[in-house]
Design a protein. Sequence first.
Length: 497
Amino acid sequence: MTSPLLSRRNVLLGGLGVAATAALAACTSSPGSTGTPSRTFGTPTPIPPSPGQKLIEKTLTAKPVTLDLGGRQVSTWAYGDVAPGPLVRATAGDFLRLTLDNQLPADTTIHWHGIRLRNAADGVPGLTQDPVKPGAQYVYEFTVPDPGTYFFHPHVGVQLDRGLYAPMVIDDPNEQGGYDAEWIVVLDDWIDGTGTTPDAVLKKLIADGGTASSGDMGGMDHGSMGGMSMGAGPWGDAGDVTYPFFLVNGRPPTDPEVLTAKPGQKVRLRIINAASDTIFTVALGGHRMTITHTDGHAVQPSEVDAFYIGMGERYDAVVTLKDGAFPLVARPFGKTSGGQAMALVRTAGGAAPGADVTPPELSGQVLIGSQLQPAESAKLPAKAPDATVDLNLQGSMKPYRWGINGAQFGKNEPLTVTAGQRLRINAVNMTMMTHPLHLHGHTFALPSGLRKDTVLMAPMQSFAIDLDADNAGDWMIHCHNIYHAEAGMMIALEYAK
Ligand code: C2O
Ligand code: CU
């Protein structure tokens, strides 16, 4: 098929891009085993909390479940009986002992996304731990140093695109609060159990390139891109997968979550994008929102009509509620089928907006998160970089193969850093798709000083991102489109030993 879109998606620019194509073409790694080094770790050594540290304990059971999506039964995997799974909440400085009980028919792990934790608890099989076998348990022990909005998910294959995700909130002991209520809003794109599974979707993407659909939506359709389109807006191409549902807190807009408060109350929203392949535009009908934090870090408060949120990103927003019933909409960027995600915000009676409502705020001033300015308290101390490395995002839809620095994960050279260094990463997106670039175990600063652990990189966009190497270990940097990651768009960042 010579879809103009596909050929656009295949474009790789510059000499590096051409070299990368050759390097990528030489790879033979298969899905689910993207060259992960075969290190073994054994049972983690238990560590006790320090004297005076509060201990938070919880068991998370990963298991097969059947969920009801507005009357449609889907079988999937989740932490407990529902998706999202149970909230893990603690205060900065607490010690967490979280036991993963694997009742799945597959190996799994848990990664605590965005938390600056000890390397051994980071949940990356082959890099920080052994995969947790079916029927086995694994104990994660770590201190949570920084307040903020986080989430957790497996770091195995494309398991994130099942129901295996849950919010994590670390409270700030010194925060004033100043709001009447707090709502956690978890966004997702859903395909599991709708006639296919994420593993089958990935297989199909690799076999055919292009767009994967749920089994009951007519399957592959390269000619029309199965409902994909170039979105108007900053992100170019939409994702790779056609989803039949988009969810807020596990519910479709036909059976929405209802968030209730009183008119005039001030609410803090903690919005998490747990989707695998979908950037959303988020708006609350009838309101403007004040963005206060992203990825846990405070920003200079910024009032917006709407904002984009990439996979793995988090935004906290404060809003003073009006009187009535309002749609909280997350509109999938560049996707024209599957509708949208929506919750209902209610401070009074009255008719609820319909599942396909378009709040005018969606076409108002839409914030690109990387343009936020950091709060003073969130800035890294001024310092020139001690070392610089390049990070080039590369790949193509056809063949469906993604990589960093010339090769797929496992075939590419790990980046290295020495403890104590300020490392500058010159990240360049050499593809015609947007990629949410995510770093484990640290947060980085954009040139503005804005602190993030996940940043949307538009086609051909580059960022010089700085981090302080203050957390020794072997870490991942990868695209948080889980299909790209699993098709190779990951690289390790290792501390010199
Ligand atoms: Cu949420 Cu390595 O990712
Ligand atoms: Cu990507």
